[in-house]
Design a protein around this ligand. Structure first.
Ligand code: F6R
Length: 234
């Protein structure tokens, strides 16, 4: 696991955008794994600019989002469908059929997860996965206790995660209790992973760095990946 230090949020976003832009230039039909949340917002703004300036062409890029709340409609302003549309997809030249977000098929949760895994395989696997990290060490919504071999599934959200994410809702009661998430095993199959962590994640990043790979700190399993970088804001 490589640690890349950034000295501002702007620099963190810039470093991440350079990696994504280079990857698209090298492989125009890149399969890109995407995260939501506050952390990648700067990265998405820079990707939108790069698309406008002709530095990044998304016309052949395929995307797979890490997670989505269970029970929220796509047009709910707190859904990750809505977030991605607002912050990235509506502003770049990506094809609608190349966008994948969990819970889209109108099937049972188990079928949705199986179809998602199949679609990732059909696309040839994820080339580059963007991750954030929860203050409890979660990646995607793999909460503490998730196994390294876990696959895409429905998970009960930790109370800590619901509290952290309550800032986006009117009250904590509105925060869903469950979510769809890619598994840790699914994430570890990506060819390259970059995890972005702003200043507020200092404490959990220290824990990840000093820990063995253990289910109590799901992000620690990223140490098992041979091409994973943490871009951290100091
Ligand atoms: C969201 C996701 C989550 C977030 C994490 C950090 O798609 O995968 O693991 O990355 O909860 O969220 P922020 O960036 O809002 O602190």
């Amino acid at each position: 696991m490589q640690i890349v230090k950034a000295y501002s949020y702007q620099e963190l976003s810039k470093k991440a955008s350079e990696i994504v832009i280079k990857a698209i230039a090298k492989k125009p039909d890149l399969v890109l794994g995407l995260a939501t949340g506050s952390t990648p917002l700067g990265l998405y703004q820079l990707l939108v600019e790069a698309n406008k300036n002709g530095e990044a062409d998304f016309s052949k890029v395929k995307t797979f989002n890490l997670d989505e709340y269970a029970g929220l409609k796509k047009d709910n302003t707190q859904s990750y469908h809505y977030f991605m549309q607002e912050n990235l997809f509506s502003k770049i030249n990506i094809e609608k059929e190349n966008i994948h977000i969990l819970g889209d098929e109108g099937k049972s949760p188990e079928e949705e997860c199986k179809i998602y895994e199949d679609k990732i395989k059909e696309a040839g696997g994820i080339d580059l996965q963007i991750l954030g990290i929860g203050s409890n060490g979660h990646i995607a919504f793999n909460e503490p206790g998730s196994s390294k071999d876990s696959r895409t599934r429905i998970i009960k959200l930790d109370e800590k995660t619901r509290q952290d994410n309550a800032r986006f809702f009117r009250s904590i009661d509105e925060v869903p209790t469950h979510a769809f998430t890619m598994g840790i095993g699914t994430i570890l199959e990506a060819r390259e992973i970059i995890l972005l962590a702003g200043k507020s994640k200092k404490e959990i990043i220290q824990k990840v760095i000093s820990s063995q790979p253990i289910p109590e700190i799901p992000a620690s399993f990223l140490k098992l990946h041979s091409n994973c970088a943490f871009i951290i804001e100091e």
